[in-house]
Design a protein. Sequence first.
Length: 122
Amino acid sequence: MCLLAAAGAVVLPYSWMNSIHEWLGFGTLPDSPLVGYLTRSLSALYAFLGALSWHLASDLRRYLPALRFTVLLSFSFSFTLIGIDWMVAMPTWWTAVEGSFLLGWTLALWWLVRRISEPRTK
């Protein structure tokens, strides 16, 4: 559900994005077509993934193979983003918050998928 919240950022005015960017301590957000494209398309991708996750959650047993694959992708994605944060010299607090959230989310997903996989006992 939280990924679906990114849909609003697709149409967020530049002035609002810039205010958030400055509030985070990153200075002025460049006002260029590439920055606008990347920020909005990333938000759209997150919203897309949120909608897909919502759909997969509608029938857990049916989509179990896809959910298992999602766990593997989530681990890979988490470590990739942590690596990107390090490569582009994001602030330590950013990497710690983002990395903790992503890894926590992935571990919770892994735990839930394992619970679905276990046979039910009566």
